[in-house]
Unconditional design. Structure first.
Lengths: 228, 269
C-alpha cells in the first residue's frame, strides 16, 4: 500500500508547517507548491491559509485557480482549511468585498459582536450530516478555531457541521469532492487528526477510481445557490 | 423549561506548563538548582493524550544567542503533538519569532523583551497576527494599606528585578500594542500551591478584552475553579500535573461540571 500523496497549495502567506507535519504524521507524502502543472496533476489537494483573505486570493488568481478547477473537473478532491476554507466560497467581506473561488455557494462575513473576536480557542462542532470526513466523530468533538469571519448563506444540504460563536455558522461544508473546515484540524488533537485521516482515505478511495462512484456535484466546479 | 442558548460554545482551557532548559524539561526553584525531568516532546504528548488544550513551554536556557539546533525540541514536539504550542523565552526580535514559528510554535510568549522594548509586541503582531503574541506578565503585590489600594508591580527574572511598571497598566498597554493574550503569573503565589492571586486575576480579567491565562499557585481542583470564577479564560498549572497530583483528565472532569470544557473522547486518564 502506498501512502496518499497530498498537494498542499502554498498561496504564499502564513505558516503552513504544522499542517504539513500533521499530514506527514498520518503517512501522506506531501508536496508543497503553487505550481499550476503540479496542482493540475494532483488527486488530493489541500488549501490552507492563515491571516487575511485577499493576499492568498490574489496569489491564486489566474493560472493556479485554473489548475484547481481543471484538477477538480478531473475528479481530484480538495480540502480548504481556515482561510483556505473561506476562499472556496463566492466572496468575502473582509476589507471590502473580494470574490472567492466560488466552488461553494455562500459569502464570508464577520461574526457578530457580543462575543470575543477573533474567535480563538476550542469550540464544539455539531455534525449535522453524514460524510466520509466525519466518520467516527461525535457531537462532543471540539476543534481549534482562529478567525473573525465565517461563511453564511450556505445551502443547508452542504453544511456538514455547525459551530456557535455570536451566530451559528457552518464549520464544515462539503459538496461533491470539495470540502472545508473553518477550524484547524492540524491543531485539534485527536478529533482533528481523525478528520485529516478521513480526508486522506476519502481522497485515496476516490482517486482509486471506484467505478460509478462519482459523488454528486462532480463534473461542474462552479456552484451557485440557485435552485437550492 | 427551555435551555438557554449560550452565544458561544468556546471552552475554558486547561494548560500544563513545562520549563525547558537546553532541550530538556527541568524543575528548579526560581531557575536555580535545576533537575532534569525528561524529554519535552514526551511530556507534551502525554498531556495532549490526557486532553490538555494547549501546552506552554518556557525556555529558560541561559544563552545570549539561540542557535538553530537549540530549537530541535520544538520541531520534534510539533511533529508529534497536534494541539496549540506556545513557546516563551528568548524572543527578542521578529526574526527570533519567525524561527520559533517555523520550528512549529503556534504562539510566542514575550516577557522581559517586551518590558525592555514594548514596540516589539506591535512588530510581532503586525508580522504574525495578534493570535501569535502572548504577553507574559509576572506580577508582584505592592505593600498596600487596604484592599482598595492594592496594586501589583511587573517584575522580571523570576521576581528578582523590579521594573516600576504597574501590572494592570502594563497589561492594557500590551493589548493596545498588539498582544492577543495575557499570561498572568503571580510571583507571590508561584510555587506555593496555595491558590492563584484571585484579586489580581479579577481585576485583569475585568479590564482585558483578550483572554487572560491564570498562572501561579495552583494546588487543588478548587483553586482552578476559583480562577475560572474570576473570569480567566484559561488556567495554567505546572506542579499539580508534573507531580501527578491530578491528571489533565481529572481536572477537566471536575471543571466540566461547572464550565464549558473540552472533554476529549477516549482521552487517557
Amino acid at each position: 500500500m502506498t501512502a496518499t500523496e497530498a498537494t498542499v497549495i502554498d498561496a504564499g502567506v502564513g505558516n503552513i508547517g504544522n499542517l504539513v507535519r500533521a499530514l506527514r504524521h498520518l503517512g501522506a507524502e506531501v508536496e508543497i507548491t503553487c505550481d499550476p502543472a503540479t496542482i493540475r496533476a494532483s488527486r488530493c489537494l489541500v488549501l490552507p491559509g492563515v491571516g487575511a483573505f485577499r493576499p492568498p486570493r490574489e496569489i491564486l488568481r489566474g493560472a493556479p485557480e485554473e489548475a484547481i478547477r481543471a484538477a477538480l473537473d478531473d475528479g481530484a478532491t480538495m480540502l480548504g482549511i481556515c482561510i483556505g476554507y473561506q476562499l472556496l466560497f463566492d466572496s468575502s467581506e473582509e476589507f471590502g468585498t473580494t470574490d472567492g473561488l466560488a466552488l461553494l455557494a455562500g459569502g464570508v462575513t464577520e461574526l457578530p459582536g457580543g462575543v470575543p473576536l477573533p474567535h480563538i480557542g476550542w469550540n464544539r462542532v455539531f455534525a449535522v450530516k453524514d460524510h466520509p470526513l466525519l466518520a467516527g466523530s461525535t457531537n462532543d468533538d471540539h476543534y481549534y478555531f482562529v478567525h473573525s469571519f465565517a461563511p453564511e448563506k450556505v445551502p443547508e444540504e452542504w453544511v456538514l457541521g455547525r459551530c456557535r460563536h455570536g451566530r451559528s455558522f457552518p464549520a464544515i461544508t462539503g459538496r461533491g469532492r470539495i470540502a472545508g473546515t473553518q477550524f484547524h484540524p492540524e491543531k485539534s488533537g485527536a478529533a482533528g487528526l481523525r478528520l485529516l485521516r478521513n480526508y486522506l482515505a476519502w481522497a485515496g478511495d476516490l482517486a482509486g477510481g471506484v467505478a460509478g462512484g462519482a459523488p454528486e456535484g462532480h463534473g461542474g466546479t462552479h456552484a451557485t445557490a440557485a435552485g437550492h | 423549561m427551555r435551555a438557554t442558548i449560550e452565544p458561544t460554545g468556546l471552552t475554558r482551557r486547561i494548560i500544563p506548563c513545562l520549563d525547558v532548559a537546553a532541550g530538556r524539561v527541568v524543575k528548579g526553584v526560581q531557575f536555580r538548582n535545576l533537575t532534569d525531568q525528561g524529554d519535552p516532546t514526551e511530556a507534551a504528548a502525554r498531556y495532549a493524550a490526557e486532553g490538555a488544550d494547549e501546552i506552554v513551554f518556557l525556555d529558560i536556557t541561559a544563552a545570549p544567542e539561540r542557535r538553530d539546533t537549540d530549537l530541535d525540541w520544538v520541531r520534534r514536539t510539533a511533529e508529534q503533538v497536534f494541539i496549540p504550542l506556545s513557546v516563551g523565552g528568548g524572543v527578542r526580535s521578529v526574526d527570533d519569532g519567525r524561527k520559533l514559528l517555523l520550528a512549529g510554535a503556534d504562539k510566542l510568549g514575550i516577557n522581559t523583551a517586551a518590558v525592555a522594548e514594548p514596540e516589539l509586541l506591535t512588530r510581532l503582531a503586525e508580522r504574525f497576527g495578534s493570535q501569535c503574541v502572548v504577553l507574559s506578565v509576572d506580577a508582584k503585590r505592592r505593600e498596600a494599606a487596604g484592599a482598595e489600594d492594592q496594586s501589583w508591580e511587573v517584575v522580571t527574572h523570576g521576581g528578582r528585578t523590579p521594573t516600576g511598571l504597574d501590572a494592570l497598566e502594563w497589561i492594557e498597554e500590551g493589548i493596545e500594542r498588539g498582544a492577543g493574550e495575557i499570561l498572568l503569573t503571580s510571583i507571590d503565589s508561584d510555587g506555593t500551591q496555595a491558590g492563584y492571586d484571585l484579586e489580581l486575576l479579577r481585576r485583569a480579567s475585568a479590564l482585558s478584552p483578550v483572554p487572560v491565562i491564570a498562572s501561579g499557585g495552583a494546588g487543588t481542583l478548587e483553586h482552578l475553579a476559583d480562577a475560572l470564577d474570576t473570569g480567566a479564560a484559561a488556567v495554567l498549572a505546572a506542579s499539580i500535573f508534573h507531580q501527578e497530583t491530578y491528571s489533565v483528565g481529572t481536572v477537566k472532569e471536575y471543571l466540566g461540571r461547572r464550565y464549558p470544557i473540552r472533554i476529549q473522547t477516549g482521552a487517557s486518564r
